[in-house]
Design a protein around this ligand. Structure first.
Ligand SMILES: Cc1ncc(COP(=O)(O)O)c(C=O)c1O
Length: 368
């Protein structure tokens, strides 16, 4: 064949780099000749999910031949009740990732600009570029969002701003006053996405409760997920809360069956299981405190994190450390693709997993 198939793609798609998925654990174990690998690489919930959510999935099996409820009625009702919002403010997605893409497709396009921070979540540049918009990356300040610089980057072409709070992979957090001041400076025809994937882990009175700001800032969209604290990453389900007109627009282009029935059934019960959520958040706190103490003893610097992960500065190229940890049976996440070549991101695991990571780290450091 003489035709270069790559050249048939849209220019924007050609500029993207494919997501590099990790190998399945069983395959890695076979390749490395080790067993008992632990994965602290994807900010998953080490406890699994709520037992009643699991039960809901099993019950839903009886209806597998039916299409899911395209409107997500019961789930929307459960979310609306918990957050004291209206059902028509909600948009459901196949993970919050899906919603982020819906937002970009709805509000950005060729000739428009999408602003986000350096070291911000990897999906933002993809979402912007896929729709042909220009990605405007604003230099970070202490690994976090520099809101003043982001406000200064707004032009008449700006349609969309993505903010991750807390951010992945840095774990940095923005607080009430600075965020409100920023929102007040954003023109009302620019949409601001508050990506709150790690919302449930943040225990800080100064963390903004942005759901209560929606009336003040109707140009704001808040995204949340069931993948992290609720432990349903494999089910793929997330949502956004916004002004009802914005939700109406997002729902126009949403595939009617973008969320499967098992995910909806699980999320509908998971959101009511406060006991599981509390357990997950407490375990995370315990693990985070343990890792911080250990990293300090090892004299490694880290970025203080409000999420369920911590990003550690290895002091030099982190790639060899990543490989050596892998050979010790511990998978962490290199973040060179976030312009952080010396850092490794480690998800908080069960206490025995955290201990194993530290033991492996000590071994790797003494070996270097
Ligand atoms: C900041 C942030 N936003 C959104 C997501 C997407 O999560 P999901 O699509 O599983 O809801 C993630 C996942 O890692 C994330 O870290």
């Amino acid at each position: 064949m003489s035709c270069d198939l790559q050249l048939l793609a849209n220019e924007a798609i050609r500029s993207l780099h494919p997501y590099l998925p990790g190998k399945p654990i069983s395959e890695l174990e076979r390749e490395l000749g080790i067993t008992n690998i632990i994965k602290l690489a994807s900010n998953e919930n080490p406890l699994g999910c709520s037992p009643i959510a699991k039960e809901s999935i099993m019950n839903e099996l009886a209806e597998i031949s039916r299409y899911p409820d395209a409107n997500g009625y019961y789930l929307k009702e459960a979310i609306a009740n918990i957050h004291a919002i209206q059902i028509d403010q909600l948009t459901l997605g196949n993970g919050s990732n899906d919603v982020l893409n819906l937002i970009a497709r709805t509000f950005a396009g060729p000739g428009s600009e999408v602003i986000f921070s350096q070291h911000a979540f990897v999906v933002y540049p993809i979402a912007a570029k896929v729709v042909g918009a220009d990605a405007v990356v604003v230099a970070a300040k202490n690994f976090g969002h520099d809101l003043e610089a982001m406000a200064n980057a707004i032009t008449e072409k700006t349609r969309l701003i993505f903010i991750a709070n807390p951010n992945n992979p840095t774990g940095t957090c923005l607080y009430k006053d600075e965020l409100k001041k920023f929102m007040q400076s954003v023109p009302e025809n620019v949409i601001v996405v508050m990506d709150e994937a790690y919302y449930e882990y943040v225990e800080d009175d100064n963390y903004p409760q942005t759901l209560t700001w929606l009336e003040l800032f109707p140009n704001m969209i808040i995204t949340r997920t069931f993948s992290k604290a609720y432990g349903l990453a494999g089910a793929r389900i997330g949502y956004s809360v916004s002004h009802r007109d914005i939700a109406g627009l997002l729902n126009r282009i949403r595939e009617p069956f973008n969320v499967n029935s098992f995910a909806m059934a699980a999320a509908t019960t998971a959101i009511k299981d406060n006991q599981f959520l509390e357990q997950a958040v407490n375990l995370n706190k315990e693990g985070m405190n343990f890792l911080i103490k250990q990293l300090q003893e090892l004299e490694l610097t880290y970025i203080p994190s409000k999420g369920n992960f911590i990003t550690v500065n290895m002091g030099s190229d982190a790639a060899p450390y990543y490989q050596k940890l892998l050979h010790q049976g511990v998978i962490v996440r290199p973040v060179a693709n976030y312009q952080m070549p010396n850092h490794l991101r480690v998800s908080i695991g069960l206490m025995e997993e955290n201990t194993r990571f530290i033991d492996a780290l000590k071994m790797v450091l003494s070996d270097s």
